[in-house]
Design a protein around this ligand. Sequence first.
Ligand code: AMP
Ligand code: MG
Length: 301
Amino acid sequence: MKIKEPRKIRAILKIQSEMRKILAEHLRKKGFIEISPVILSPMTDPLNHPTMPGDVTCYGKQYHLTQSMIFHKQIAMKFLEKIFIFSPNIRIEHPDRKKTGRHLFEFTQLDLEVRGASREDMMNLCEELITDVIATIKRDCKTELDLLARRLKIPKKPFKQIHYEDAYKKYGKNFETMISKTHDGPVWIIDIPLKSREFYDREDPEKPGFLRDMDLIYPEGYGEALSGGEREYDYERIKTRIHKKGQKLSQFKEYMQVAKDDLPPSAGFGIGIERLTRFICGLKSIEDASLFPKVPGKYGI
Ligand code: AMP
Ligand code: MG
């Protein structure tokens, strides 16, 4: 952490711990089951930006460190209807991301998935979840928020929505930063073009070339909060999308075996816990949202 005052460090960690409790309780009340994180797997999220490989050899076989649990969430839908995971992710981001204030190479996502859900179901759930966390922290962590000089506003529902293309036209290629800096409540970006995302995001059958997915942008310049959407579940369409991305089926062999048999339709999202902590506590950098931060390009314990 850059912050050195023990009282402030304690306040941040107390708020983060409360946040985890509120999030988990909210989801449990809605019938979600928490499953354990997966750390090692032969397959992981290929992401839409380059990261350096985090690989480990066990018994002569190669495993990837989890970049996200997307494939495991989809597979879990065969057995469970609503799941969440506090999922540690390792993404060895380019060292250029050192100064963004919102990237770590080890972080935790609250990752969730719901069988048969639509993007709109997930947006509603997310709005309820975020307003609950903010309202409860405001009520129960007053001393800590005062110490951090953070004034939190409870956002009004429904959150504003902007189509990706309109955002691009209005604000240019840095639209995410611009939207974040110019709004005082969270903003949804919807209908993201197919080429900008991963193969597992479901294409909108009524709007070919665009996805049934969304990003949430925090206000006050804090940037992206989460990404999510509906998932592709049809084996042939998944195959086509993998090829379109120039990726190899063999990279996702175990996932494809399940998809061939049966992958239920689902939707979900993943929200970064450290980014949420940064926003709720009003921190300059994500580095202050973790006791042992791993900042891209830097050595950390
Ligand atoms: P993604 O699906 O790649 O957008 O990741 C889901 C969420 O995880 C993001 O919206 C962020 O909240 C969080 N996240 C992703 N990458 C990082 C990172 N390098 N450091 C911290 N949080 C991250
Ligand atoms: Mg994202």
